[in-house]
Design a binder for this molecule. Structure first.
Ligand code: FEO
Ligand code: CA
Ligand code: CA
Ligand code: CA
Length: 609
């Protein structure tokens, strides 16, 4: 009586229950719409989706396996903008019509015909990779639709790209395609993303190594990243039956006298962050090599501050790999900032000490032993072999670093560590404390002195995934990280996608292979102050929830559903019995498809409030 009312909780919705249904579940008072599934025409002759679509059609359609995503408003609008999204990979068995005479019974192998791949199938798969830029507008009843627009664009595994930063022009990236080492073609396995303070988009190259093979020499810039020797590559694009240079290059064997005579260096043209200007459809995407070469999950920029360096963070999603930070050499100036800021700066790798402190270890040629005595010959060499340089510096091997996010209120950095069942008693540490970490955790740190560019920090664990009996409080390490055990409202496994909205809600997306007791992969929201955590959305069967962005007014949320029906067995696939038929529910003519889901609050409020 007479006191001020208590503030509304940050998370104002009621948690949704675990679900195993083949549908999207959103909280009471919310609605959703599915847009731009794989194959949606956006360009050129606007070819309709069909399993008979050609490789050329696919270049004018939305790609497959939607992942990281960002909304770029047109003139600040929350009703009109460019949705830019990654297409991580493809499943060949879903892509080619049975009428083409193929036995599409395996998820693991692409359809070989007499030991080769029909070239148009390879072209279709390559064109289903990369990035889509799609103008979308909001109409009546909050329903969004694709607009034909000169800014609509497809960037694919075949698009010409520029190499920038210290590796540009070095011997490491000279190829038959670009004998001076300044260009390459395509981006591969774009998982998470980032968005720069100057309005461009960053696509991350994650599991690119599998797209290549080499048949003999296996240099460290291949081997430390897992480029296989001998076997065909993941999709066998190098076996395209037209022998085209753009496909043959995926065989990175030594064939000629020098690197400029063959494609031995093609794998070195991948593993980078790729900058794309969605508002300049004629611009070449740019690979920013100063940010390092690894299995980039994504990149997150700290809020840019005038007169200070730009700072961003990127995880290397593989078991026992590292978390990195990049600090630009030049200071930020909002009036002039552009991507060239990313060509000069310092790449650091994280060491998490057991006492809750941490250090950023610089990966700089000529410093701390990164020199000829230890096999590093230049800064280009350090960057091409980022993982080896990080090994040398004594970074902390993590439980698969996925997405990062920065809290705009206080600069705290959060990273998902999705899981690592290979972690054992001999190599646990306080930052990765679980043996056989099945359900993952989220680590958080604060840079020392309130300076995002600091070289020291303090960290804690924000959240442990798991079911209600094993998570929240982690008994292995004997302390309670977030004050609560998880409950039916918020059990989760394998956190992957992560984003913190302008009000500091922490959005957490699952990419889990476990169903019981977690149900289908879901998205949850946390309040970083109270530790409150609620399940907000559940996806259909055999998918992951990934990619997240909002309109500037925070009244429209976009997320992606990737690989629905992924778990369909080869036998069931041949019979057309997918485990999921989302979102079309017409399995006889359309396979399950990745797509974007738009979510809004029926009362027009901020999503999550
Ligand atoms: Fe493509 Fe690390 O998930
Ligand atoms: Ca991911
Ligand atoms: Ca994942
Ligand atoms: Ca995935």
């Amino acid at each position: 009586n007479g006191g001020s009312p208590s503030p509304a909780p940050l998370l104002g919705f009621s948690a949704v229950a675990v679900s195993s249904a083949d549908e999207i579940v959103v909280p009471e008072g919310y609605s959703y719409q599915v847009i731009i599934p794989w194959g949606t025409p956006i360009l050129g002759s606007f070819p309709s989706f069909s399993v008979n679509s050609t490789g050329a059609d696919q270049a004018e359609q939305v790609g497959s396996h939607h992942d990281g995503m960002h909304f770029y408003p047109i003139d600040g609008s929350s009703d009109d903008g460019l949705l830019v999204l990654n297409h991580e990979y493809v499943e060949p068995r879903l892509m080619h019509a049975a009428a083409q005479g193929l036995a599409l019974t395996s998820s693991a192998l692409p359809p070989l015909v007499d030991g080769e791949r029909p070239a148009d199938q390879v072209r279709k798969e390559a064109n289903a990779h990369g990035v889509s830029v799609v103008r979308i507008v909001k109409g009546a009843n909050n329903e969004w639709s694709v607009q034909p627009d000169a800014l609509n664009r497809r960037i694919t595994a075949l698009t010409p790209m520029e190499i920038h930063g210290p590796v540009r022009g070095s011997d490491f990236v000279k190829t038959l395609y670009s004998p001076n080492g300044t260009m390459t073609r395509g981006t591969l396995n774009n998982c998470g993303n980032g968005y720069t303070p100057w309005g461009t988009y960053m696509a991350a190259e994650e599991n690119w190594a599998g797209y290549f093979t080499n048949k003999g020499d296996n240099p460290r810039e291949h081997s430390r990243y897992g480029v296989q020797t001998g076997a065909t590559s993941r999709y066998a694009w190098e076996l395209a039956d037209n022998g085209a240079d753009e496909f043959v290059r995926f065989d990175a064997s030594i064939k000629g006298a020098t690197a400029a005579d063959d494609y031995r260096n093609e794998p070195v043209c991948f593993g980078w962050m790729v900058e794309i200007d969605p508002f300049d459809p004629t611009s070449n995407p740019k690979k920013r090599t100063a940010m390092g070469r690894f299995g980039h999950e994504g990149v997150v920029f700290a809020p840019a501050e005038e007169g200070k360096p730009v700072v961003c963070y990127s995880g290397d999603d593989s078991r026992f790999e590292y978390i990195y930070k990049f600090v630009t050499a030049a200071n930020y100036n909002a009036a002039t900032a552009n991507g060239s800021l990313l060509d000069e700066g310092t790449l650091y790798v994280a060491r998490f000490n057991d006492d809750g402190t941490g250090e950023w270890l610089p990966l700089v040629y000529g410093q701390n032993g990164l020199d000829e005595a230890n096999g590093f010959t230049s800064q280009a060499d350090v960057l091409v072999n980022t993982r080896l340089a990080a090994d040398f510096m004594g970074a902390t091997p993590m439980d698969r670093p996925e997405w990062g996010a920065v809290d705009p209120a206080n600069g705290d950095v959060y990273f998902t560590l999705t899981n690592n069942t290979s972690r054992n008693a001999g190599n646990v540490n306080e930052a990765n404390p679980r043996v056989a970490n099945r359900h993952g955790h989220i680590i958080r740190w604060k840079e020392d002195g309130g300076d995002q560019a600091a070289t020291t920090f303090s960290w804690d664990i924000f959240l442990f995934g798991g079911d209600s009996g094993e998570s929240g409080v982690d008994t292995n390490i004997g302390y309670d990280p977030n004050g609560d055990v998880l409950t039916a409202d918020n059990i989760l496994s394998s956190p992957d996608g992560l984003w913190i909205d302008p009000d500091s809600r922490v959005w957490i997306q699952m990419d889990s292979g476990y169903t019981d007791p977690f149900g289908n992969c879901a998205m949850l929201v946390a309040d970083p102050t109270t530790g409150d955590l609620k399940r907000f959305l559940v996806g259909p069967i055999d998918q992951e929830i990934t990619g997240i962005t909002m309109t500037p007014d925070q009244k429209t949320l976009f997320i992606n559903v990737q690989h629905p029906g992924e778990g369909t067995s080869a036998t069931d696939f041949a019979a057309g019995n997918y485990t999921s038929s989302w979102p079309d529910f017409t399995p006889a003519t359309r396979p399950p498809r990745s797509a974007t889901v738009v979510v809004w609050k029926n009362d027009g409020g901020i999503v999550g409030s």
